[in-house]
Design a protein around this ligand. Structure first.
Ligand code: F6R
Length: 603
């Protein structure tokens, strides 16, 4: 949440900062700003709204070769120009951009007020700039070290000082911050996407570390200010493109990238017909000792976990539960060294998931991260990691990362069941057909468009299903509500009659996910119950089952023949397309839905 960019080098900083902010906009987009520094001092330009609004405000005439920028997702204080970053200190000595939350902000603010400092904004970030100014005794790095030590909570900060044009200072705790080298100079940012194609190597700051970056070099320091050397990571040429290409939205592009993303994810771990996870290699004894699996995640990643819970239980007989990360922390779940806690996250940064991981580690459980972004906090902190190979996902609403999470979870369920000899699975060879299944479902585009026409004026939509069809309904409902702003609810089909059915009246849209043959008849009963009360039913099913659904008002049927276990891969695509087209017809900002950000780094 919130994106940071900094540049210091031989060229005008403005284009680098603006391009970087555009790339980071997925992290927050309610306001944006830049601060530039040269011999004449610091200039700050900021605006409420998207980066394009800031861009219009940045007129010609700036030639500074050092600057910092920020795109915001509001935590403290409403989205406004005043609350936008960068924040200047009282006398304009320091300018600061910040990602994270300063938990002791109120206390610092009141102490600073007693010292005569005043505050222009409602942000927690302004306390950092003011505290820097108060602590300054001539050495900006020593000042940042002292200031960072008194901050509680999470922060990635980039700082410039009026008397040191050409220098950017950085500090990090719990929020991501990266320093990178390129031909044109040095960059600091929250995500390498910010300067993709401009950098050759990068350094990941660890918690507590500080950096002093100039146009020629970057120096790193430990929490106590001692110089440290860091190992660079090199940019691989295979990094996925972060451009939209010919697609009108990233979301549609990413939906269409799913067959490839699945293929890359499966081929990374299936070798000679067996599953091999290079970074998850417990001994057979350790695997057999696992007595409980907890799948923990947020949002869509939680829905992948929920789906996988059914698959793990079916394949391995191991007691498996799915948890929402923000709840897991307070559930007092009993964990032991024989528990395997699997944290699932596209960004690898989600604060609730990270906190759940740390809790599980503290309780002595084994932890495994399933993560898309390489070297992200969750990936680095877990005992084991399996990367999904979805490539960069830019649209705030996840599609290809979600489907790859499912694929990894299926491979993991097989891996555990195979190694522990619980139930040797017969389904496994079919897993290689998943990219083809997803590819075929892209041809549901026209059907999804027609369904969107039927749904676009709805106020409420109910999604129903059982077992993995229910987990998919949850994901379908989330996708629809987050990008179209239509109120959606997902229910286990059998649960509807215990209350929610009272909301069904003539014309109420119900999306019935009924892909599984083994429980089809039970879902059909629920469909009949809502039809009898006037619901307008759109069924997501298969060619094989559709002849039983003549009562439904619209049917999207998959022509693929797959076992029940793989139906989530079949149903996900039309549900995503249906949400996409509904949002499109409603004129919504599909890639950047209101109030959201792609990586949620606050609890
Ligand atoms: C929904 C969506 C979110 C994320 C959730 C977890 O489309 O993208 O619900 O799934 O915020 O994010 P990660 O996977 O980065 O931990």
């Amino acid at each position: 949440m919130c994106g940071i960019i900094g540049y210091t080098g031989k060229n005008n900083a403005v284009p680098y900062l603006l391009q970087g902010l555009h790339k980071l906009e997925y992290r927050g987009y309610d306001s944006a700003g830049i601060a530039l520094i040269d011999e004449s001092g610091i200039s700050v330009i900021k605006r409420k709204g998207k980066v394009s609004v800031l861009e219009e405000a940045v007129t010609e005439g700036f030639s500074a070769t050092t600057g910092i920028g920020h795109t915001r997702w509001a935590t403290h204080g409403e989205p406004s120009q005043l609350n936008a970053h960068p924040h200047l200190s009282e006398n304009g000595m320091f300018a600061v951009v910040h990602n994270g939350i300063i938990e002791n902000c109120d206390k610092i603010k009141s102490d600073l007020r007693k010292d005569g400092y005043s505050f222009l904004s409602d942000t927690d970030t302004e306390v950092i700039s003011q505290l820097l100014e108060k602590n300054y005794k001539g050495d900006p790095l020593a000042c940042l070290k002292e200031t960072a030590a008194s901050l509680e909570g999470s922060f990635a900060v980039a700082v410039i000082h009026r008397d040191f044009p050409g220098t950017i200072l950085c500090a990090k705790k719990s929020s991501p911050l990266i320093v990178a080298r390129g031909e044109e100079g040095f960059f600091v940012f929250s995500d390498t996407l910010a300067a993709q194609n401009r950098i050759s190597s990068y350094y990941l700051l660890s918690d507590g570390e500080l950096a002093l970056v100039t146009k020629d070099k970057a120096d790193f320091f430990s929490e106590d200010g001692k110089p440290i050397s860091k190992v660079p990571h090199y940019i691989s040429s295979s990094t996925a493109s972060s451009d939209k290409g010919d697609f009108p939205h990233y979301m549609l592009k990413e939906i269409y990238e799913q067959p490839k993303a699945l293929k890359d994810t499966l081929s990374a771990y299936i070798k000679d017909g067996d599953v091999i996870f290079p970074n998850f290699n417990p001994t057979e004894k350790e695997l057999k000792a696992i007595d409980r699996i907890h799948l923990v995640a947020c949002g869509s990643a939680y829905h992948a976990a929920l789906c996988a819970k059914y698959i793990f239980t079916q394949l391995s007989s191991l007691d498996t539960s799915a948890h929402i990360a923000s709840e897991f922390r307070y559930e007092k779940t009993v964990l032991s060294k024989n528990s395997l806690v699997v944290i699932i996250s596209q960004s690898g940064e989600t604060a609730d998931s990270l906190a759940a991981l740390l809790l599980a580690k503290a309780e002595g459980a084994k932890t495994l991260a399933i993560v898309n972004v390489k070297n992200s906090a969750i990936a680095l902190k877990a005992d084991y990691v399996i990367y999904t190979q979805a490539g960069a996902e830019i649209s705030v609403a996840t599609t290809k990362a979600y489907i790859c999470q499912l694929a990894v979870l299926y491979m993991l369920a097989y891996f555990i069941s195979d190694k522990t000899e619980y139930i040797h699975s017969r389904f496994f060879p079919d897993i290689l057909s998943l990219p083809r299944l997803a590819e075929k479902e892209l041809s549901q585009n026209e059907n999804a468009l027609s369904a969107a026409e039927l749904l676009k004026n709805s106020e409420h939509i109910y999604f129903i299903g059982r077992n993995t069809d229910y987990a998919l309904s949850m994901e379908g409902a989330l996708k629809m509500k987050e990008i179209s702003y239509i109120h959606c609810e997902a229910y286990p089909a059998g649960e509807l009659k215990h209350g929610t059915i009272s909301l069904i009246e003539k014309g109420t849209p119900v999306i019935a996910v009924c892909l599984r043959e083994d429980i089809f008849k039970k879902t059909l009963s629920a469909i009949k119950e809502v039809k009898a009360r006037g619901a307008y039913v759109i069924a997501i099913t298969t060619d094989k089952l559709k002849s039983n659904l003549t009562d439904c008002d619209f049917v999207i049927a998959s022509g693929s023949e797959q076992s029940d276990i793989f139906t989530p891969f079949v149903g996900a695509v039309p549900l995503q397309l249906m949400s996409y087209y509904t949002a499109l017809k409603r004129g919504c900002d599909i890639d950047k839905p209101r109030n959201l950000a792609k990586s949620v780094t606050v609890e």
